[in-house]
Write a protein that binds this ligand. Sequence first.
Ligand code: PLP
Length: 380
Amino acid sequence: MTAANSLNKIIYADNAATTRLDEDAANLMFELQKLFTNPSSAYKISIPLKKILRESREKIAACINAEPQEIYFTSGGTESDNWAIKAPVLANLSERPNIITSAVEHKAILNSCAAMKNLGCTVTKLPVDKFGAVNPDTLKKKILPQTKIISVMLANNEVGTIQPIKTLAEIAHAAGKIFHTDAVQAVGHIPLDVKNLGVDMLSASAHKFNGTKGIGFLYIRAGLKILPLIDGGAQEFSKRGGTENVPAVAAMALALEKNCRDMEKFSKKISAVAKILLENLRDNNINFILNGGENRLPGHLSLSFENCEGETLMHRLDLKNICVSTGSACNSNQIKISHVLKALKVPKNYIRGTVRITFGKENTLEDAEIIAANLIKILK
Ligand code: PLP
């Protein structure tokens, strides 16, 4: 059996980690690989590649209500986040700049901030409430004259909490500051309108919305002056050098377009799947905490069970061909609890027993029933 065939036997419920590549997007990538010439070349066989890049930019922009020239292709969420954090800081390094972010960001943001701190910048981490949300009043109080960038994620990758981005962006702008949001978990999953949100920059990653790995984009509002992070050729309006991966860009645009077109349908379906899992656990008197409150991504469940280890739950589900993830990582036999669960102050006797189950558009009600049945068997 090939590795790809064995995938048919699993129940994949870790869509926050990555999603399955959309079949039409995969076929498109395969076809476009044949057009191997450099999209920057001047001869006529490269003209279709330029057109594909232009049309992909237009499609992506339309999905988030941006203008095509505001979409910059990158290698994914990590690069987009690095660019958004580092560029405003590096442009003002002599002023001992300040960055404001939240305590529950992805490592792509937190470690970009840490790298800037090593260069002499200060970092303010906003606390969150028990659901993982930032309080806008706290942001208001923390802004300093030397703050150069405020970055708060749109939706959390561990607990799914959706932040009050529009309000936070308004506060940032009232103080004359740049506002970025890491929307890697949200793009293609919930309706997004950059103009309505009022953000200056927004990060996205294709493999989180059924595109392929190693490609993403950064939305940069027209008029915002941001230094390049990757210096090189004149690609991406001379802001991000490197020969474009045309097949991956086209696949990203197609996958996003499809997800946005069917968003309401999938969102309802995924929420129903998640609801069945919760109901089955409750009907069987399983004691757990659902982290992240009401305002969460659809189908995103971070569940903490009392007095058990998330790692053990994850491995026992894996033995049954069920893929989920944990809220902790095992390093040299020591369990390292996630910074997100700590920031939410999940109770001590529950925090270690956290698993993240994130449903995607391919999941069925039966998947939820099977996962619940297996969890019940393990926990009883
Ligand atoms: N930001 C968030 C919120 C994420 O969940 C991830 C990936 O897990 C990233 C950034 C990094 O994205 P990528 O894997 O495309 O580098």
